[in-house]
Ligand binder design. Structure first.
Ligand code: ADP
Ligand code: MG
Length: 395
């Protein structure tokens, strides 16, 4: 990508209107009486004796931007393709807006799908690519013209309508594909790795555009991605997939702060998992003994577990504090030696060897210019954190 290409691109909106806490959009999934728009009911898909989707039940609400997040082969595309009607479930039901989709052909569903390859017609201009589906529906030419022009404006390509796809950058092609998918006014838009072909910087900018367009149109989006940062940025809620199952569903913040398993904690962001066993288990607190820690771990939330159960205590790198002096607190602390520092500009990442041999990752924001000078290689440091910074994982 050239510099010129970057500078002609409209800058992404930087407002926080997508934040579900401040957004005017209703967070329907928090309302127990809300009627879901998409329902997966015990949906399974077998290919021969291989189970790609394993008994998934999931509700998605109107105006959500729901992300299916998982590693390669976890079943994300298969789930999306069943919603689009390109695959039939082996068992279970899929409902859209209360209607059972069994036997309903893809083109008769209130759904459109945007493919990773974009599948633009190379010989047609941008305008004609967008108009293609409308022409086939026999809509009047004047209507088509207006709808295409509106769409081009929305994806900020008004000036490029006469170009052919090969005369566009990757990001522009992505926006043409999005316009073509939205111009038919689907109630539900499915996007399989929509930004996968873009480089990192362009992908981040396009994420904001995608969010703005989704809000503007009010269309419900289901987005497949393997990129956890992308899911965290885009999603109203995330469904984390692993081997054909949805292992956790929640808002990005909940999934990050309260992962329900070691798998999810590791998959979303970076985490330190400290092995130990329960030594005290009350409704409002837990103590865990770990060979890696100088003192027992103390966490101010209860869990359901068996006495003495083996657990992982998950602590995010940014929640660990470093000090040369012994901290006052007697819980949640240990000592180690800094073996590696990566200076990342806005923050630094420390790799620290505990005396037990465990390696811990700590990140510190570089709030002052001389932060780097405070800690250096081979320093012996104390690590400590608050009683509400860690979570106990039993799975
Ligand atoms: P993801 O999109 O999460 O990477 P997919 O849903 O594409 O995963 O695939 C899930 C699993 O199902 C993979 O192991 C894949 O090989 C298998 N699979 C997908 N489609 C077919 C098919 N048509 N025939 C046989 N196996 C398939
Ligand atoms: Mg896929």
């Amino acid at each position: 990508m050239t510099i010129a290409e970057v500078s002609t691109k409209p800058s992404p909106a930087t407002d926080s209107s997508h934040n579900p806490l401040t957004s005017p959009q209703p967070s329907l999934w928090r309302d127990p009486d809300a009627k879901p728009f998409v329902v997966f009911e015990n949906v399974t898909k077998n290919f021969g004796d291989f189970t790609a989707v394993d008994n998934i039940s999931l509700n998605i609400y109107r105006r959500e931007l729901f992300c299916l997040l998982g590693g390669s082969g976890s079943g994300k595309s298969t789930l999306l393709r069943m919603l689009a009607g390109f695959e039939q479930p082996t068992s279970g039901r899929i409902l859209i807006d209360g209607v059972d989709m069994a036997g309903i052909k893809p083109w008769n569903r209130p759904v459109n799908m945007m493919f990773q390859s974009y599948a633009l017609f190379p010989h047609l201009t941008v305008e004609k690519n967008i108009a293609f589906g409308l022409k086939r529906e026999g809509i009047a030419d004047s209507d088509i013209k207006k709808r295409v022009a509106d769409m081009l404006d929305m994806v900020q390509l008004g000036h490029l309508g006469k170009r052919k796809p090969h005369q566009l950058s990757g990001g522009q092609r992505q926006r043409v594909a999005l316009a073509r998918a939205l111009v038919k006014k689907p109630k539900l838009l499915l996007l399989d790795e929509p930004l996968g072909a873009l480089d990192k910087k362009l992908r981040e900018e396009t994420q904001f555009e995608l969010m703005n367009i989704q809000e503007e149109t009010g269309v419900t989006f289901v987005v497949v991605t393997h990129d956890q940062e992308e899911a965290m940025t885009l999603a109203t809620r995330i469904g984390v997939m692993n081997t054909g199952n949805i292992v956790q569903v929640g808002e990005p913040h909940d999934i990050y702060e309260y992962p329900n398993s070691a798998f999810v904690a590791r998959f979303i962001g970076s985490v330190n998992l400290i092995e130990g066993h329960i030594i005290e288990d009350e409704v409002d607190r837990v103590r865990v003994k770990s060979k890696h820690m100088d003192a027992p771990l103390y966490i101010n939330h209860g869990i359901s577990c068996a006495p003495g159960q083996q657990v992982n205590v998950a602590i995010r790198p940014e929640k660990i504090l470093l000090s040369h002096e012994l901290p006052e607190q007697t819980d949640n602390r240990c000592e180690g030696v800094i073996v590696d520092i990566a200076y990342m500009g806005s923050m630094s990442i420390f790799r620290i060897h505990l005396d037990s041999g465990m390696e811990v990752r700590v990140t510190q924001p570089n709030v002052a210019r001389d932060m780097g000078a405070r800690f250096t290689w081979n320093d012996r440091v104390h690590l400590y954190w608050d009683v509400d910074s860690a979570v106990v994982l039993t799975a």
